[in-house]
Design a protein around this ligand. Structure first.
Ligand SMILES: *Cc1c(COP(=O)(O)O)cnc(C)c1O
Ligand SMILES: [Zn+2]
Length: 438
């Protein structure tokens, strides 16, 4: 089934190439696209599936010219956004000067209060990506895909989205002067719909779940109607995906160029988790951090936990699920990078775990109450999974641990419905006292 799907995608990828003149592109240290399965290489272009085995393509680099200390100094002197890592990304020189949403360099919050509640003594940090321009981690990947779209001459930006990506694409397209037309499941949270529509691009609700939306986009990309379109998470996926590496770079740089011992990452398609692992490995190879082990933990909601289920069952294949959870940004029932996530969790000695919707809401409240961070449901998933794994003795409380919050609670207000006024009083001191608040 997996093979079949890949085959379909690959033939569309070939069509895309055929219908687009192959421009010469200079994407800095990015040397080629390389197949994750068989290693087959092709030149940089808007393709995403291997013509030999239909495996996913990813960017291969030539970093051989870099001197470690020169590179470190260059990064530290760079802008306070993802482009400080331009030497490690598929972008041309001078990218920081072009119109882009310039996300990144979000806060790494030392979460001592939360650590106390969870019994973590080795240092607990929240990487708070709600601080990005459209309030989710998706700005990182879209900023990257936008540069690829520019390099390949696309004029329309598009995507299939569980909500946050739609907003990030809308904003990036507006800033950079692209047309945008994005596709979402029609029944997303109101906050996500408004956040995606307000930038003025076209927003299309599809009657179906994310996996249906994704399938539709794969069809559109092979059709004349989709010609000249850059789908950030389909034909631009290899470039898009690299944006997640910047989370790994930032976490290590913000820890003083040190690797954390443990990282807890949410899983939708699994792309972010696999690229954070790639980013950490690159830093080790480049000598920017010391070479020592780290553990990667994946987090899902129980109502959409195909990777967690496979991990627990000891399977290498991920069986698709029909999502039913309040964590809609993570509701991908057939995650493209699922098998790679399993590899990484097992290879690093980590794990994949899931929590119920109730635990997600509890964890949103816990993070808000202890650290003043209002996370969206995806942040409730990672904090909830962290709590569960510490209790189970799977996460080591004596080690440095980083938990990702990838989105903003203002977009998923329904999750904490019922949170509100302590009391309503007349504007008098008597009334204040009567309410028992004095
Ligand atoms: C998209 C998304 C993720 C993870 O996405 P992947 O598909 O696994 O890369 C995590 N958190 C939020 C809030 C998201 O919108
Ligand atoms: Zn291949």
């Amino acid at each position: 089934m997996r093979k079949m799907r890949r085959k379909g995608l690959a033939s569309m990828a070939v069509q895309t190439v055929a219908s687009t003149s192959t421009p010469t592109v200079d994407l800095g240290p990015a040397a080629a696209l390389s197949c994750r399965e068989c290693g087959h290489r092709v030149s940089l272009g808007p393709v995403f599936a291997c013509e030999e085995c239909f495996g996913p393509l990813e960017i291969a680099y030539d970093f051989s010219a870099y001197d470690t200390e020169e590179l470190r100094a260059r990064i530290e002197a760079g802008p306070a956004n993802i482009w400080r890592y331009a030497p490690l990304l598929p972008v041309p020189a001078g990218v920081a000067d072009k119109p882009n949403i310039n996300p990144g360099w979000t806060k790494l919050v030392k979460a001592d209060n939360l650590a106390r509640e969870l019994g973590v003594t080795g240092g607990l940090f929240v990487k708070d990506d709600s601080g990005n321009p459209t309030h989710s981690f998706k700005d990182r990947v879209v900023a990257q895909a936008l540069e690829a779209a520019r390099a390949f001459g696309f004029t329309t930006l598009s995507c299939s989205s569980t909500g946050n990506l739609a907003g990030a694409v809308g904003a990036a397209a507006a800033r950079a002067g692209f047309r945008s037309c994005v596709f979402i499941p029609h029944d997303l949270e109101q906050g996500k719909i408004v956040m995606a529509a307000v930038y003025g691009g076209e927003l299309v609700g599809i009657e179906g779940n994310y996996d249906d939306v994704n399938r539709f986009c794969s069809e559109l990309i092979g059709d004349p109607a989709g010609e000249g379109w850059g789908f950030v998470n389909v034909n631009l996926r290899p470039y898009y995906a690299e944006g997640s590496k910047t989370l790994a770079y930032e976490i290590c740089e913000q820890l003083g160029w040190r690797l954390p011992d443990q990282i807890v990452i949410p899983i939708a398609s699994g792309s972010q988790l696999t690229k954070i692992d790639k980013g950490l490995k690159e830093l080790i190879e480049l000598g920017l951090v010391e070479d020592r082990p780290y553990k990667i933990f994946g987090a899902q909601a129980e109502g959409c936990s195909p990777v967690s289920a496979a991990f627990k069952a000891g399977h290498d294949v991920v069986r698709p699920q029909k999502p039913d959870t309040i964590a809609k940004s993570l509701a991908i029932g057939n995650p493209a990078d699922g098998p790679y996530v399993l590899d990484i969790a097992r290879r690093t000695g980590g794990a994949v775990e899931d929590v119920t919707d109730e635990e997600v809401v509890d964890a949103i409240r816990l993070l808000a109450r202890t650290e003043g961070i209002f996370a969206e449901t995806a942040g409730g998933v990672t904090v909830g999974v962290t709590r569960k794994l510490v209790k189970a003795g799977v996460l080591d409380p004596t080690k440095t641990t980083v938990v990702l919050n990838t989105g903003d609670g203002l977009k998923t207000l329904d999750a904490v419905a019922g949170t509100g006024l302590t009391a309503t009083i007349r504007p008098t001191l008597d009334s204040f006292r009567e309410a028992g608040l004095a």
